[in-house]
Design a protein around this ligand. Structure first.
Ligand code: RBF
Ligand code: MG
Length: 314
């Protein structure tokens, strides 16, 4: 997959270019339906698949205080699009100027000089100044600009329509098993391992403290999952929270994880953490030895779930 920052950077005369447009935060099962349809069409037509997306999130420009914490870093989004077989990611810098464009201007100036043959978008797609353009707007302009519009219906799961907003809510509530269904993969956060207080090592369960690159951290609690470091994967138990038993975190929740059967220095390394199953809430224990016993239980439960955790990501 190649990444460009405007359509003008695309190679001239691409064969039958087909395009999906959206922010695609999460690349959830609804987005996946659009993107599969897109790559299928490209394959059928011997064409080229393009995903037009924006960076940063439009709300960060229009109204930063209301911008949602994102499900994906730019890097994660790129990797997921690549894995889905997209040929080109067109990552338009979202600016105030772009936010002021009327829908028709956007189509004329940003889309239409590039011979796009098909546009695939979800039913609830909106674009242009104040989100005033929709599918009908795209269709109204399609004759003039000679593209076809394909509407991809909303995907529902257990009778609710899937959206990035809902998924963010579920992550904040700790419903990570549900989230795994909606993403078709576990929720993953990445970051470097930073210096902790070494207390974990002292109590017998060394932990890697993560400095997350992701904006959205699951609800406080203990999660079973899988960690990847330098290409190798381990089962892990992750605590998100304030560690009330030791009372050390006044600066907000920490994300720390114990990698099961892993020995080696993690400090400074890049870590990826999958949150697969929520085990319990964080608790204040009477003393360190009851906390230790509980963490021992968390680890046993995680081992029992082992295979399920390791295969959660295909
Ligand atoms: N600290 C708490 O105060 N309450 C907890 O319920 C708790 N659960 C944890 C579960 C796991 C799997 C891990 C790795 C840590 C947990 N901690 C908890 C944090 C623990 O206090 C911390 O790892 C050590 O104090 C080292 O910093
Ligand atoms: Mg630690």
């Amino acid at each position: 997959m190649k990444i460009v920052e405007s359509l003008s950077q695309l190679p001239a005369s691409l064969k039958y270019p087909v395009m999906a447009i959206g922010f695609f935060d999460g690349i959830h099962i609804g987005h996946q339906r659009i993107l599969h349809q897109l790559t299928n069409r490209a394959r059928e037509k011997g064409g080229t698949s393009l995903v037009l997306t924006f960076h940063p999130h439009p709300q960060k420009i229009i109204s930063p205080g209301d911008a949602p914490p994102l499900l994906l870093t730019l890097r994660q989004k790129e990797e997921l699009l690549q894995a889905l077989g997209i040929d080109f990611m067109v990552r338009l810098p979202f600016t105030r100027e772009l936010s002021l464009k009327q829908p028709a201007e956007f189509v004329e100036q940003c889309l239409c000089c590039y011979g796009i043959r098909e546009i695939h978008v979800g039913s609830n797609f909106r674009f242009g100044h104040k989100r005033s353009g929709d599918l009908q707007t795209l269709r109204d302009l399609s004759g003039k600009f000679k593209y076809e519009v394909f509407e991809v219906p909303q995907v529902t799961f257990r009778a609710v329509s899937v959206s990035s907003t809902k998924i963010r809510g579920f992550i904040r509530q700790g419903k990570l098993a549900l989230v795994k269904h909606l993403l078709n993969r576990p929720y993953e956060i990445r970051g470097h391992v930073v210096r902790g207080d070494r207390r974990g090592t002292a109590i017998g369960f060394p932990t890697a403290n993560l400095d997350p690159e992701n904006e959205l951290i699951p609800a406080n609690g203990v999660y079973a999952g899988c960690a990847a470091v330098e290409g190798s994967r381990s089962l892990c138990v992750t605590n998100v929270g304030l560690r009330p038993t030791v009372d050390v975190d006044r600066e907000g929740p920490v994300v720390e994880t114990h990698l099961i059967d892993y020995s080696g220095e993690l400090y400074g390394k890049k870590l990826r953490l999958d949150f697969v199953v929520r085990l319990r809430s964080e608790k204040k224990f009477k003393n360190i030895s009851t906390l230790k016993r509980q963490i021992g239980n968390d680890i046993r439960r995680t081992r029992t779930l082992g295979g399920k955790l390791l295969t959660a990501r295909k």
